[in-house]
Write a protein that binds this ligand. Structure first.
Ligand SMILES: C[S@@+](CC[C@H](N)C(=O)[O-])C[C@H]1O[C@@H](n2cnc3c(N)ncnc32)[C@H](O)[C@@H]1O
Length: 419
């Protein structure tokens, strides 16, 4: 999901912003990959990076600083002092506020017009994390109950739905912790439908959908796509990685009920060290297990949220590349569409050549800078795909090393756009 980073740069940034952020200076502006936001990338003389994100201001959303129209906060990068990061972020916000006061409505609209069209790519959908409750306890959860990406205030959720619809957004993803436990979800879905959102997806662990009535109720309210987490078929692995073992059957039943209701459905498999070896066979069998399934997303565990403190879950990079490649091949052999996301993915060089076309990194415009939390290894400087690669999780590099990375001698494939 994205606002126009170039319009933001043109209208909001300038001398005032540069002067305000010393000793950091602005080195780039890019669309955020997680939020409907623009990232301002700053570095200091020692090369430390600070990424300040600016998103539409909504009631109930937590943030460090604000202008009339923007919430402004930052992603913590290793080595950056948090007090210094907060000071620079507040100073930048003050400069943005001063500039904003001079902008015309047309200039503001240019910045805050949503450039998204479709839900398959998270940069093109409005993603709303609507609640704190969850009935599972994933060891790798990227959204702990205190996550600042949660927007649990109903007025904020509704305001954002209206604001993004008005700027042309047509795809919304309701997620959370576990969104099906949120009593207001039917109301949000109804509102989304009435505002013209064509794709109204719920991202879920699937357990609530073991009850066909819940599927029917949410479908009647407007849900027309479902994405279910499905990381293992082994009760032992499930209990270790996800939650109480009886919930595994409920998830599988939930997926069957969603498909029986005729809804579009895709699964997401998060690959950790604890389930990695199971993943190719799991993926190869999904079509048989769940006839009608449309797609599977393969997502190596991102070291964020709870997973940030669980290095024992991070697969060695070489193994990750092998397992993901084998799983993509297994999906292909079974006639199931599969892809690897860009942010919660892995670099192109780790995928074997015959399956590289399944990576969303190919959608990146060459020249986009590395994103928050990621870094490059020294060898990456020689890689032909350096311009499109969003990097490797910095925490992975520090923990697991970079020896599995292989700079590519030539560009992997042409630019791809799944729209
Ligand atoms: C917090 S869950 C919310 C929705 C729901 N409770 C579920 O289990 O699908 C967010 C989504 O990100 C995935 N996920 C969670 N932690 C992750 C991590 N550390 N790395 C990559 N994906 C992760 C989940 O599988 C799910 O698709």
């Amino acid at each position: 999901m994205a606002y126009d980073a170039r319009a933001f740069e043109r209208h909001y940034l300038g001398e005032r912003a540069s002067a305000a952020t010393a000793p950091y200076r602005v080195v780039g502006v890019q669309a955020d990959r997680v939020r409907a936001a623009v990232d301002v990338v700053l570095t200091d003389a020692a090369g430390r990076r600070l990424v300040v994100f600016c998103e539409r201001r909504v009631p109930g959303a937590e943030c460090l600083a604000a202008t009339t129209h923007l919430n402004v906060s930052y992603y913590a990068e290793a080595g950056v002092d948090s007090a210094e990061a907060a000071r620079v972020t507040r100073a930048l916000a003050a400069a943005l506020a001063a500039r904003e006061a001079e902008l015309s409505d047309a200039e503001l609209a240019e910045v805050l017009t949503f450039s998204g069209r479709e839900i398959g790519n998270p940069r093109r959908a409005l993603e709303l994390r609507i609640n704190r409750e969850c009935n599972e306890a994933c060891a790798f959860c990227n959204t702990p109950a205190d996550s600042e990406t949660l927007l649990v205030d109903p007025a904020g959720v509704e305001a954002l739905l209206r604001a993004e619809a008005a700027t042309g957004c047509r795809a919304v993803l309701f997620t959370g912790r576990e969104p099906t436990l949120e009593p207001r979800l039917p109301r949000y879905l109804e509102l989304a439908r009435s505002l013209g959102y064509e794709h109204r997806r719920v991202q879920t662990n699937g357990t609530s959908f073991a009850s066909p009535e819940v599927v029917a109720r949410l479908t009647a309210a407007g849900m027309n796509e479902v994405e279910v987490s499905f990381h293992t078929t082994s009760e032992e692995t499930f209990e270790r990685l996800v939650g109480k073992r009886h919930l595994l059957d409920r998830t599988a039943q939930g997926i069957r009920n969603v498909l029986a209701a005729g809804l579009r459905c895709q699964l997401i498999v998060v690959i950790t060290r604890w389930n990695a070896r199971e993943v190719p066979a799991l993926v190869g069998d999904l079509r048989r297990r769940f006839p009608g399934l449309e797609r599977v997303v393969l997502s190596p565990v991102a070291p964020v949220g709870d997973a940030a403190a669980r290095p024992e879950l991070w697969p060695p990079l070489g193994e990750l590349g092998e397992v993901t490649s084998a799983a993509l091949r297994a999906a292909r052999a079974a006639g199931l569409a599969a892809h690897v996301p860009s942010r919660c993915g892995l670099p192109l060089c780790l995928l074997e050549p015959d399956v590289r076309d399944a990576s969303d990194e190919l959608e990146n415009a060459p020249g986009e800078t590395v994103e928050a939390g990621k870094a490059y290894a020294p060898a990456c400087a020689r890689c032909a795909e350096r311009g499109r690669c969003t990097g490797v999780w910095a925490a992975y590099l520090a923990e697991l090393g970079d020896t599995a990375l292989r700079p590519l001698a030539e560009a992997a494939l042409a630019h791809r756009d799944r729209r």
